[in-house]
Every structure is written in C-alpha cells, then in structure tokens.
Design a protein around this ligand. Structure first.
Ligand SMILES: NC(=O)c1ccc[n+]([C@@H]2O[C@H](COP(=O)([O-])OP(=O)(O)OC[C@H]3O[C@@H](n4cnc5c(N)ncnc54)[C@H](OP(=O)(O)O)[C@@H]3O)[C@@H](O)[C@H]2O)c1
Length: 242
C-alpha cells in the first residue's frame, strides 16, 4: 500500500495537541511538507519543529491573529493538499454557570476558525485535485455531553459543516470528512476521573480507549492518494458500540 505523502502540503491546527503531534510526526515521516499551528505550548511546538515540520503561532480565537497568519501563508504558498481542523478549546460548565465569554471562546476556536480558515485557504485547496479537509469532531457533537454545551455545539456544528461543504465543494474535488477520534488520554481529558476511563473501558467491545497514534495513522491514510472519492462522512473511533 502506498501511504506516502511526498509532495503533499498539509496544514494542521493544534499541532501541539496529543492527536495533532502524532499526525504531524507521521505525516513528516511519510514525506509531506507539514505546517502546524500552536498557541500556548511553546516547548511542544519547538520539539515538533525538530521533525522538519513548520510551526505557526496563531490564536484561533482571534480573527486578527488568523489574518496575520493567513497573510503570511497565502503569500508563501500557492497550493494546499490537506487542511486538518484539529485544535479545540474547552471550558466546561453546566448551563447555569457557563459564561458568555466561555461560550464565545470555545465556539470561536472550535467552529468559527474552521469556517474562516477553510474559506480563506479555499483558493489553494482548489488548485489540487482532490484536496482534502478534515474536521476532528467528537461524540459530544452527536449525543451531547453534560457540562459542555459550548464544546458539543462546536462539534455538532463541525459535523453539519462537513456535510454542507462536502456537497458544496464536491464537484470541485475538495473532499470534506470528519473524524471522531474517540476517548483519548490528553490534556483535554487529564481531569477526567479515573472511574470515567474505567467505565469507558468497560463499555468498549475491545476493552480499549483510543490511541492517538492509531487515529493519526487513519488520517494519514485518508490524506494519501489511496482515497479519492470519499466525502461528507463521519468516521468514528469509538470505545463503545454505536
Ligand atoms: N481527547 C479526547 O478524548 C477527544 C475525544 C473526542 C474528540 N477529541 C478531539 O480531538 C482533537 C485533539 O484533541 P486532543 O485531546 O489531542 O487535544 P489537546 O491535547 O487537549 O490539545 C488542544 C489543542 O488545541 C489548541 N488550542 C486550544 N485553544 C487554542 C487557541 N485559542 N488557538 C490556537 N490553538 C488552540 C492547543 O494549542 P496549544 O496547546 O499550543 O495552546 C492544542 O494544540 C480535538 O479537536 C478534540 O476536540 C478529543
């Protein structure tokens, strides 16, 4: 199987996340030119840069910050093969104590940024046939997650946007799909109690939680030339039966 990504240019947001860094490393190892965004995790970004990937500091919660990045990126690049919307913010609270600012920030990073970046980078994506956009989503966006109305709304919005953009851009050979990586150990889940992990393991038919390396490998496969006609889909890595 040819999973080489040589000559492919990839941009992934949140390269400093557990899943993002696994994908950056695997994509670089397969020959891609990889660009990733980071925001606060400087040490992680510097370590990742040593793989040969190129880092860009962007606050995805700020249109001004995205504009600075886009100006530089659009001036330097004419094409883009793969765009992965992986960064996500959380600010968990039940409705009664969820502040407007926390609602706005989580929706800005998790939903507005994917819209804005895809729109502004579309001219580069249209020069590659097929090009690919991936939304990293969550079961929260399908079923809800108590205490995370903002995060769940962002992920539900991304799933809807995946389906709309797949239909709008299909004829132009821009393939748009979503991947739900399932429950992974990462900074996002570091405060999740051990019992919740145990419960997830017990629900899982294979008694496992998701491995970011495995999800990253699946993204490599979807990014490769082997996949040319799949769009509008949501792929689930789940630790329990659907
Ligand atoms: N972990 C899970 O169990 C799970 C389950 C389902 C779906 N997911 C999804 O999978 C993806 C990766 O999750 P993960 O657990 O690997 O993530 P993570 O390790 O918690 O990292 C979050 C990422 O988002 C970036 N980010 C947050 N706010 C930002 C902002 N304002 N501007 C720019 N970047 C920002 C962070 O950048 P810096 O660190 O550089 O600030 C970091 O790279 C996310 O989309 C998440 O929703 C995760």
């Amino acid at each position: 199987m040819d999973l080489l990504l040589s000559r492919k240019k990839i941009l992934v947001t949140g390269g400093t996340s557990e899943l993002g860094s696994a994908f950056v490393r695997q994509a670089v190892a397969r020959g891609a030119e990889v660009h990733f965004t980071w925001h606060e995790s400087k040490a992680r970004a510097l370590a990742l840069e040593k793989t040969g990937a190129r880092k860009h500091r962007v606050d995805l919660g700020s249109t001004e910050s995205m504009d600075v990045f886009l100006k530089e990126f659009l001036a330097a690049h004419e094409t883009l093969d793969v765009l992965v919307h992986n960064a996500a913010a959380t600010a968990d609270a039940r409705l009664g104590s969820l502040s407007e600012a926390e609602w706005d920030r989580v929706l800005a990073v998790g939903l507005k940024a994917p819209f804005y970046l895809t729109q502004k980078l579309l001219p580069l994506l249209l020069k590659v046939r097929p090009s690919k956009v991936f939304m990293i989503v969550s079961r929260a966006g399908l079923e809800g997650l108590p205490g995370a109305a903002n995060y769940a709304a962002a992920k539900g919005g991304l799933i809807a946007m995946t389906k709309v953009l797949a239909r709008e851009l299909g004829k132009k050979q821009v393939l748009v799909n979503a991947v739900n990586p399932g429950f992974m150990k990462s900074r996002m889940t570091e405060n999740v109690p051990e019992e919740t992990f145990q419960a997830a393991l017990e629900r899982s038919p294979t008694r496992t939680i998701s491995d970011p390396e495995e999800v990253a490998g699946f993204l490599v496969y979807l990014s490769s030339g082997l996949v040319r006609g799949v769009t509008g889909q949501v792929f689930h890595f789940e630790s329990r039966p659907l």
